[in-house]
Design a protein around this ligand. Sequence first.
Ligand code: AMP
Ligand code: ZN
Length: 460
Amino acid sequence: MELRLHDTLTREKRTFVPLDPKNVRMYVCGPTVYDFAHIGNARPVIVFDVLFRLLRHLYGEANVKYVRNITDVDDKINDRAARDFPGLPLNEAIRKVTEQTGKQFHADVDALGALRPTVEPRATEHIGEMREIIEKLIAGGFAYVAEDHVLFSPQAMNAANAGLPRYGALSNRSLDEMVAGARVDVAPYKKGNTDFVLWKPSKPGEPSWPSPAGIAAQGRPGWHIECSAMAWKHLGEHFDIHGGGIDLVFPHHENEVAQTCCAFHQQRMANYWMHNGFLQVESEKMSKSLGNFITIHELLKDWPGEVLRLNMLKTHYRSPIDWTMKSLEESAKTLDDWYRIAADAVPGEPDASVVEPLLDDLNTPQAIAALHGLRGNDIAGLAGSLRLLGFLAESAAQWERRKQQASGVDAKEVERLIAERTAARGRKDFKESDRIRDLLATMGVAIKDSKEGTTWEIAR
Ligand code: AMP
Ligand code: ZN
């Protein structure tokens, strides 16, 4: 069976045909590093990690290149730096913020079982490429300089019409409507009210670089040009898959397409545009003001990363997801079971019943249903399939130990009580042995007796 992916541009599922099966290329917009990532940010990380793993399975590990950027120039970063390190020069403070948040991000997503992308480019290391694209856009008549800014004109793009996509095609909007509906208080240096910034002058103390197009003042890039530059540098002018959250379709991805296609005279930037749906918490939009804003870091204190991963994959990536405590508890029980029976098994090939739904636009809920089906009859297939999906990074013993630690149960005390109970049973004092069993149960410990002796685990 072949891989089919839903493309936001054509609004349909299409068979995936890579431009070069020896070099399958995917770009996903990464985090802006100014704070702990929240559980909504984990969604694209996990979803596109599953796609990365599936592509590697289909085309070979060496033949898939996954690029996920780190945005390290942004107003939010500057604000945070000034707030957290008021005594330091702004540039130094910014470096501290981006280093610290970048490390936190890696620790979080490693715990979620996400493979590191092949390349993780930083915006600040690609300013030269951004200037180059901007120069090309000016030379082509798609961008202009005004008051030390460089602006892109969607109207110039749609007027050119020379083998270029239409501005608005990706987000399914009409430029005329955008023009009519645009805000009236547009910056005075903009010729058209839908023109967007490619480059802008830096304020004193802000990070700054030599500007393109002979602008004397030092400046800094707009957000959209960053991704066009990094994708170009690492994947070329035209590549296979571009992904991110649904909120990025407009304006971010629409503008990326405009910049890249106009600079390089391409009809397409990526052949498949994939967008994950949004995550809500207990049926509410996550926000700091509602007090339901949860970071990955906080969740990892209570739950193993693989539980968060499974919980995320129970919903199809294009559907909205409602993140609930109840669902997390169920995911934890499921993983406990899988760890117990499959983590130490020799994995077989991933089973067709799991791979096939994945090939159908990453239907992970159906793949998970198939895992439940394998549980009773093919443990090797279950183990191999779970590994394909990025589970079972630990041994069964490690998993159990971690659960014991997280539960706060003192393993030595449990062992002592079990020894006492064994002694009580030896002298046929069943009242005492039952009392100890009940005591252990109230501590959240379940015990199992067998010929070999008594074993225990944390009951969820
Ligand atoms: P940001 O750092 O806000 O640019 O977001 C990084 C990535 O997380 C982008 O791909 C966003 O689309 C995605 N994202 C942000 N919030 C959510 C959410 N609540 N649900 C799903 N994805 C999200
Ligand atoms: Zn981007």
